[in-house]
Write a protein that binds this ligand. Sequence first.
Ligand code: NDP
Length: 450
Amino acid sequence: MSNVTEKKLNDFMAKVIAKNPSEIEFHQAVHEVVGSLLPYIEEHPHYSEAKILERMVEPERVILFRVPWLDDKGEVQINKGYRIEMNSAIGPYKGGLRFHPTVNLGILKFLAFEQVLKNSLTTLPMGGGKGGSDFDPKGKSDNDVMRFCQSFMSELFRHIGPNTDVPAGDIGVGGREIGFLFGQYKRLRNEFTGVLTGKGIEWGGSLIRPEATGYGATYFAEEMLKTRGQSFVGKVVVISGSGNVAQYATEKVTQLGGKVVTLSDSSGYIYDEKGIDAEKLAFIMQLKNVKRGRIAEYAAKFGAKFVEGERPWGVKCDVAMPCATQNEINEDEAKMLVANGCFVVSEGANMPSTPEAVDFYVKSKILYGPGKAANAGGVATSGLEMSQNSLRLSWTRAEVDARLHQIMVDIHQTCVKYGTQPDGFINYVNGANIGGFVKVADAMLAQGLV
Ligand code: NDP
């Protein structure tokens, strides 16, 4: 980056930080995106004349609300509720709801900002949004979760709709929560519409939606491997997390001939040298999705190692797939991965690598697929769920999987188009940011000053 561009970036960030104090993750996401867009915008000055970037970092609307609910003991509980409607230039706001005690405005704005570019990359007509609550579903009874979801939707329902804003799941929001939220929406509106995605298959959901983010991140890694004439066959894969994304990444990697040796949760990671095969994965799905237990129980059951309080990035591997949360790989861990032979990082989670870790991957010229490209399969399949809801049709599993696969191949191709450097190295960070930006920016220009 030239000195002039760097100064522009610093000036831009100084304003963003002054206007959005304490929103550290949002600053981090904007810095990464704007840093890679500025050189492109300098070559296309009509974007800067219309102040497109300045407009894109300001949400179209932020909704903040109180969520009061009664717990099982009859005690009153209060949580915060949020919905960030970031950008609707290319379609209704679309993005997940996160229920986790760490949720705050800065985290949701970073996620919403990333979502705008990600949704654009999918080629489907979806704007970007994100929402959630600091409610922690962990350890709560089903009834507690239901009462919370009903109260949350009692406010959110007036802001969303199938042509306005279509939320989905994220951390802490799976099939159970989507069910309770949808039930309450339907009751309040007296309408059965595709207002949420990730619905159960019997009531408007799409086949492959639960699998889509993990499968998609694996398809994206497969495309990256192909650029070096390689495949998953025989590759050792380290995955973090053990929730929705991690589970289906494990399934697809195994189907494609790779060996997944780790999974984790916030208590630590398990290392199974023999690999987590289909039977062991079935145990994990039961443990995590039904019993809602801890990953340490896997080690006891299958004689694997459990490393308490640690992340798995010191384990030797060819491919790493962070599928838990933001900033879960720091610079030292990135260095450890590369030193141990890892040459592919495909991000199932959103922004799991710190900026220093990302710089190190790019400097090392490994195959690094940033979350907004690699994990876009989830929202893409949500887009397919919206299409099926509008058509009142259900596509087969094979049909949805084929569409998902093709979308991931196309996103990879977009990254190659916008990210290939003169020396042939594919900078997927630039590729994803520019590829996602152009469509949104052009739509904003066409729609005037809104
Ligand atoms: P889940 O809630 O199903 O699983 C999250 C997993 O990550 C759990 O194993 C959880 O462990 C672990 N985790 C969460 N927070 C932390 C933390 N602070 N430190 C360590 N471990 C943590 O969520 P998903 O699988 O749906 O989401 C995972 C990531 O993928 C998120 O970054 C999400 O934004 C991203 N993503 C998800 C999509 C989807 O379709 N679901 C789409 C695109 C991206 P524990 O149970 O101990 O908290």
